[in-house]
Design a protein. Structure first.
Length: 61
């Protein structure tokens, strides 16, 4: 959930003019890039969900 939440927060900050998160002014659309990266990470996590559950089950976390 944190990955999704971060994506939404980065996107909201981008849409609001980058007022909350510090951005590198040399990177155009920095918070938009961050939001897209978080969504990509979420996609990859969802693709590996069964593998992650297997690790948790194997090691008893």
């Amino acid at each position: 959930m944190m990955t999704y939440e971060n994506a939404i927060r980065f996107l909201a900050d981008y849409l609001n003019g980058d007022v909350y998160f510090a951005v590198d002014k040399n990177i155009e659309n920095h918070n938009l890039i961050r939001a897209k990266a978080q969504l990509e990470l979420l996609k990859q996590m969802e693709e590996k969900e069964d593998d992650m559950k297997g690790v948790i089950k194997k090691y008893g976390f």
